[in-house]
Write a protein that binds this ligand. Structure first.
Ligand code: HEM
Length: 503
């Protein structure tokens, strides 16, 4: 009869043999052996899992591309690409390449069934059916319909800053307050109701913490999506991320109330009214469940991301005194109302340049956007071949730093790169800027490009213009740096500022 020690040793040995055989199998069948990359990526995706888990894989990805060129092996079947000329191929709108299984980690289990969403679905047919009835609601023209909602939250924001920080002369951490603003705004434009975060001045109800804990799970686990089958999508016990049950309940309650009350009649519509109109127009495509899907994608995909752009803008402006001065001059000259109205700010050239640069240098998403190479494979610009079935990805943090497209010093915050240089003709300038816009991967690209990009720009340009109209703002300690954590969304911590009233 074997002893317990014998059994344990045998189990450990069998485990080790299984792991080694998997590594060997991965290596032997890997079509990417000739591509450069960290040695361990020949055998396993654990290398990238650990790298993402450490929280700054954007730095690693940039360093690897600087060392190895446009194609770097990140796993036995995964390649990171950095040539912006490949964007139109990988993210083509004609026969879109399928999203990889990393996105499935975002699915949730409801009564034992996997439920996908607009962002995470890998089914292009389902995606185009779901998005069709609502896509046009997010154009720059249409998002202006909810300006009254954004203004209401900007007013609340200014009131709370005044009460808690300006009057008592205390520093305010923008890393928190931009988040409070973005979550409450997205809720207001969606349901005409905030989440009450600005009012409370804290995250006691744990909306923001739930979101971070969920991203801290998603980011590493989506590097080995099979892990998610064990941890979250198993039928026995969930060890996965916290659920967004509160957001689903909030959405269902708001929907029920709106159906009972009827649409908003004073012309002050919100997205919920618009989704219910879409349901009326397309009853074959949109039911109440689909309306909840739309509501959730607004709140969950559009809040943290917008806060990240706002933090990037305020931090870089305040860290660069010349930019700060130039922006203030432009904004003060414009004599904006409070809140600043879109019609007054949409053509302010320096504000536009600053906001674009803030998003270029610190895009909200910091992992590779992954797609599967379709039949026929992919030929790289240098002639190398990538076979069908390979996962290829592009990281906005790598692409947005490409110096051929964005000019020199892409690690530096230089809004002037979005403006006309003295030595340029109008044609040269417009060709250069349209190439930069075409290659900026902040909002993704192609058929799965971010649906909320104009909404996000709309509210963040308005807030920044209003803040520099209303306040004189400085960093509490100009030498102090923020902290960055990349877990899919690249969030910031620690941006204390001092605000004084201007007007
Ligand atoms: C600065 C703010 C934002 C950033 C940086 C951002 C970034 C992105 C990126 C990179 C993607 C593409 C992901 C991929 O290809 O894997 C995406 C998709 C998406 N975003 Fe955003 N986003 C922002 C704001 C918003 C807002 C405000 C909303 C909602 C109103 C939103 C809703 C979505 C949805 C629904 C998708 C999936 C689109 C699809 O697959 O068709 N995002 N976003």
């Amino acid at each position: 009869m074997p002893s317990l020690i014998d059994i344990a040793v045998n189990l450990a040995l069998s485990g080790a043999v299984l792991v080694l055989s998997t590594f060997l199998w991965n290596y032997l069948r890997s079509p990417l052996k000739s591509y450069p990359g960290p040695f361990a990526t020949n055998f396993t995706n654990f290398w990238r899992f650990l790298d993402v888990h450490k929280g700054r894989c954007d730095i690693t990805h940039n360093a690897l591309h600087r060392k190895h060129g446009i194609a770097v092996r990140m796993g036995p079947n995964v390649l990171s690409l950095s040539d912006p000329n490949l964007i139109s191929k990988v993210f083509t709108t004609k026969n879109p390449w399928k999203k990889s299984t990393m996105y499935g980690v975002n699915d949730v289990m409801v009564s034992g069934k996997r439920v996908s969403n607009l962002f995470g679905t890998t089914d292009e047919k389902w995606h185009s059916t779901v998005i069709r009835p609502v896509k046009s609601l997010y154009s720059m023209t249409k998002v202006q319909d909810v300006e009254h909602c954004v203004d209401a939250v900007i007013n609340l924001y200014l009131e709370k800053l005044q009460e808690r920080f300006v009057s008592p002369g205390k520093a305010c951490d923008m890393a928190d307050y931009m988040l409070y603003f973005a979550w409450d705004t997205m809720s207001q434009v969606t349901f005409s109701e905030t989440l009450g975060i600005l009012e409370a001045g804290n995250d006691d109800r744990k909306f923001l913490e739930t979101s971070y804990r969920s991203l801290d799970y998603f980011a590493p686990v989506c590097q080995i999506p099979e892990l998610d089958l064990l941890l979250d999508k198993n039928p026995i016990y969930r060890l996965g991320p916290p659920s967004f049950g509160w957001a689903t309940l909030f959405s269902i309650e708001a929907l029920k109330k709106r159906i009972a009350r009827g649409p908003t009649l004073d012309g002050k519509n919100d997205f919920l009214d618009k989704f219910l109109e879409a349901k009326k127009k397309h009853p074959e495509l949109v039911d109440d469940g689909m309306v909840v899907t739309y509501l959730l994608s607004n709140v969950l995909a559009g809040s943290d991301t917008t806060a990240i752009s706002l933090c990037s803008a305020i931090y870089y402006i305040l860290k660069h005194p010349k930019v700060h001065r130039k922006l203030r001059e432009e904004i003060h000259r414009a004599q904006l109302p409070i809140p600043a109205s879109w019609k007054d700010i949409q053509d302010l050239p320096y504000l536009n340049a600053v906001m674009r640069e803030a998003m270029r240098i610190h895009p909200g998403v910091g992992l590779m956007l992954e797609r599967i190479v379709p039949e026929g494979g992919l030929t790289l610009p240098d002639g190398r071949f990538v076979p069908a079935g390979t996962i290829v990805g592009m990281n906005p943090w790598v692409i947005n730093r490409n110096e051929e497209v964005f000019g020199p010093n892409t690690d530096k915050f230089i809004p002037e790169r979005w403006l006309k240089y003295d030595h340029e003709t109008e044609e040269q300038f417009s060709a250069r800027v349209s190439r930069m816009k075409g290659c900026d991967l902040t909002f993704g690209a192609g058929s799965r490009v971010c649906i909320g990009r104009y909404l996000s720009q709309f509210e963040s340009y308005k807030l920044i213009a209003t803040m520099f109209t209303k306040f004189d703002i400085e960093l509490a300690d100009p030498k102090d740096d923020w902290k960055i954590i990349n877990s899919w969304f690249v969030r910031q911590l620690n941006i204390p500022v001092v605000l004084k009233n201007r007007v």
